[in-house]
Ligand binder design. Structure first.
Ligand code: NAD
Ligand code: TYD
Length: 336
C-alpha cells in the first residue's frame, strides 16, 4: 500500500505513522504536513530516516503539490488527519478552520477522484453529532448537529466526503472518534494542559462546573481502529470509534492530580467555553462487530502511561511551551 497521510506530524497522525512504519513494513508513507503550530517533527523522531517514510512540508489546499506527490509515489490510499483541531481556537478565529478542514479536504477529494484511488479515509470526530443529554450514545445514524465552528467545519468536510462517494463512486470511509489522549498531544488540549500545569504547580483551569463528560480514547487504540477500517471497512461506510471511558472533566483532573501527588487546591473553576457541549458518548458496536476491533487500554492504564510519558519527555514539552504557546496561554486564560 502506498499511503498519503496528511497531518502526520500532529498528535494522532504521528502516532499512526509510527504504528504503520513499525507494524506494517510493506506500507510506504508519504507524510504531508504544513507544520502549523500543532505540527512537530519531534513527534517523528527516529522515523525520519525510515526508507518507507517520506516527509513533505506542504498544505492540503495545494492541489498541484498533492497531484505531484500522487504521481511520483504511486499513491493508492489517502488518510486525511490534517486539520485545525482545537475548539477554543475555532471560537477565536474560525476562518482557518474553513480553509484547512473544508477547502483542504475538498482539494484532496478532487485529486483522489482524478486518480481513482483505492480508498480515501477521512478522520472525523464525534463532535459532528453535537451534544448528548445524560443518556444515550452517538451511533452512525445520529443526526449531524455540530455546535462549534470546529465541529461545523468537520461536519462540512464529512458531507463533502460522502458526496464524492455518492456522486462519483470515490471509495470513501469516514471514521468518527471520541476524545483522544496519549503521547505527543499538544498541550492546548485538556489532558496534556492539566498534566503540564500540575507538574509545575500551576492552577488547573476547569471550565464551568467541570461536569462536562467526554469519552476518552487512547490514541493507539484509535490508530488500530483506523487500520481496521482501512483494510477491512466496507466502502462508503461511516465507523464510530470510542473508548468506552466516559468521565467528567473533574474526574479526569482528579486522576491526574492523584497520579502526580499534587493537591486538589490547584483546581480553579474558570469562565466556561461559549456553547460548550455537555456530553459526548459513542456507540462503537458497528466497528467492533464488523471489523473485530476493540479498545485495548482502560482509562486508568492509559492516563498513567500518558502522565509518565510527559514526565519523561520534558525536553519535548519544554520546546513547545517555551515558544508561542506562552502567548496563546496568556490570551486564552488571562481573563477567564
Ligand atoms: P493536531 O492539531 O495535533 O494535528 C493536526 C496536524 O495537521 C498538524 O501536524 C498540522 O501541522 C497539520 N495541518 C494543519 N493544517 C494543515 C494544512 N492546511 N495542510 C497540511 N497539514 C496541516 O490534531 P490531532 O489531534 O492529531 O487530530 C487529527 C485529526 O483527528 C483531525 O482531523 C481532528 O479533527 C481529528 N480528531 C481529533 C480528536 C482529538 O481528540 N485530538 C478527536 C476526534 C477527531
Ligand atoms: P478539549 O481537550 O479542548 O477537547 P474538546 O473540547 O474537543 O472535547 O476539552 C476537553 C474538555 O475539557 C472539554 O469539556 C473542555 C474542557 N477543558 C477545560 O475544562 N479546561 C481547559 O483548559 C481545556 C483546554 C478544556
Amino acid at each position: 500500500m502506498n499511503l498519503l497521510v496528511t497531518g502526520g506530524a500532529g498528535f494522532i497522525g504521528s502516532n499512526f505513522v509510527r504504528m504503520v512504519l513499525r507494524d506494517h513494513p510493506d506500507c510506504r508513507i508519504v507524510n504531508l504536513d504544513k507544520l502549523t503550530y500543532a505540527g512537530n517533527l519531534e513527534n517523528l523522531a527516529g522515523y525520519m530516516e525510515n526508507p518507507n517514510h517520506m516527509f513533505v512540508r506542504g498544505d492540503i489546499c495545494d492541489a498541484d503539490l498533492i497531484s505531484q506527490l500522487m504521481d511520483e509515489y504511486g499513491i493508492n490510499v489517502m488518510i486525511n488527519f490534517a486539520a485545525e483541531s482545537h475548539v477554543d481556537r475555532s471560537l477565536v478565529d474560525p476562518g482557518v478552520f474553513i480553509d484547512t478542514n473544508v477547502t483542504g479536504t475538498l482539494t484532496l477529494l478532487k485529486v483522489a477522484l482524478e486518480r481513482k484511488i483505492d480508498r480515501f479515509l477521512q478522520v472525523s470526530t464525534d463532535e459532528v453529532y453535537g451534544s448528548l443529554g445524560p443518556d444515550g450514545f452517538f451511533t452512525e445514524q445520529s443526526p449531524i448537529q455540530p455546535n462549534s465552528p470546529y465541529s461545523a467545519s468537520k461536519a462540512a468536510a464529512d458531507h463533502l466526503v460522502h458526496a464524492f462517494g455518492h456522486s462519483w463512486g470515490l471509495k470513501v470511509n469516514i471514521t468518527r472518534c471520541s476524545n483522544n489522549y496519549g503521547e505527543y498531544q499538544f498541550p492546548e488540549k485538556m489532558i496534556p494542559l492539566m498534566i503540564h500545569n500540575a507538574m509545575h504547580d500551576k492552577e488547573l483551569p476547569v471550565y464551568g462546573d467541570g461536569l462536562y463528560i467526554r469519552d476518552w480514547l487512547y490514541v493507539y487504540d484509535h490508530c488500530t481502529a483506523i487500520w481496521q477500517v482501512l483494510t477491512k471497512g466496507r466502502i462508503g461506510e461511516v465507523y464510530n470509534i470510542g473508548g468506552n471511558n466516559e468521565k467528567t472533566n473533574l474526574e479526569v483532573v482528579g486522576l491526574i492530580l492523584e497520579h502526580l501527588g499534587k493537591p486538589s487546591t490547584l483546581i480553579r473553576h474558570v469562565k466556561d467555553r461559549p456553547g460548550h457541549d455537555r456530553r459526548y458518548a459513542i456507540d462503537s458496536g458497528k466497528t467492533m462487530q464488523e471489523l473485530g476491533w476493540s479498545p485495548s487500554v482502560t482509562f486508568e492504564e492509559g492516563i498513567a502511561r500518558t502522565i509518565d510519558w510527559y514526565r519523561s519527555n520534558t525536553e519535548w514539552l519544554n520546546h513547545i511551551v517555551s515558544g508561542a504557546y506562552q502567548q496563546y496561554y496568556e490570551s486564552m486564560y488571562r481573563d477567564r
